[in-house]
Structures are given as structure tokens and as C-alpha cells.
Design a binder for this molecule. Structure first.
Ligand SMILES: [Zn+2]
Length: 93
């Protein structure tokens, strides 16, 4: 069975997670900012605390927090690696 999530004690408690994307396939580091109460006061496009303000995703081979090599990479075509994107949701609606 393929492991599709990496968790370690060095990872931040929230906002950052490592995920194996089957479609690419690649390990992806996702960093997201969730709306707080003060964000809602400043930005009236936001509705709920916890809404994602922005999300950055990038391909990784190792966990940047513990340095462990992520599993299942032997059979992956790494020429497609290096993908990254940033989505800003704070100006929607
Ligand atoms: Zn780790």
C-alpha cells in the first residue's frame, strides 16, 4: 500500500502538510494560510474563520522539516519534478 501522507514531530501543527499526489505523481508540500478573526475584519470578501486565504504547493523529494526521504519515489519520473503554484483566494467573490 502506498503511503500518501507524511507526518513527523517537526512539522508545524497546522498550515503545512505533505501529501502524495497520485495524478502527477509527486510528493507535494502544501502551505496554506487560514483566515483568523482579524483577517475577517480586514477583508470583507472572507466569510468564515478557517477559510483558506492562500495556498502554495510545490513538489518535494524530502521532508523539509525532518530531512527524511519520502517513500515511493524510486518508480517516479523525476523529470517532471519542480512544479509549484500559488493560489490566492482572498480576492474571490
Ligand atoms: Zn518530516
Amino acid at each position: 500500500m502506498m503511503i500518501n501522507e507524511h507526518k513527523c514531530t517537526s512539522l508545524p501543527k497546522s498550515g503545512v502538510y505533505l501529501h502524495f499526489d497520485d495524478e502527477v505523481p509527486a510528493w507535494t508540500l502544501n502551505i496554506q494560510k487560514e483566515a483568523t478573526e482579524s483577517d475577517l475584519e480586514e477583508n470583507h470578501n472572507l466569510e468564515n474563520i478557517g477559510d483558506t486565504l492562500w495556498l502554495t504547493s510545490l513538489n518535494i523529494l524530502y521532508c523539509p522539516y525532518c530531512g527524511e526521504q519520502l517513500p515511493g519515489l524510486e518508480s517516479i519520473d523525476k523529470t517532471n519534478y519542480g512544479y509549484f503554484q500559488h493560489n490566492d483566494f482572498s480576492r474571490w467573490n
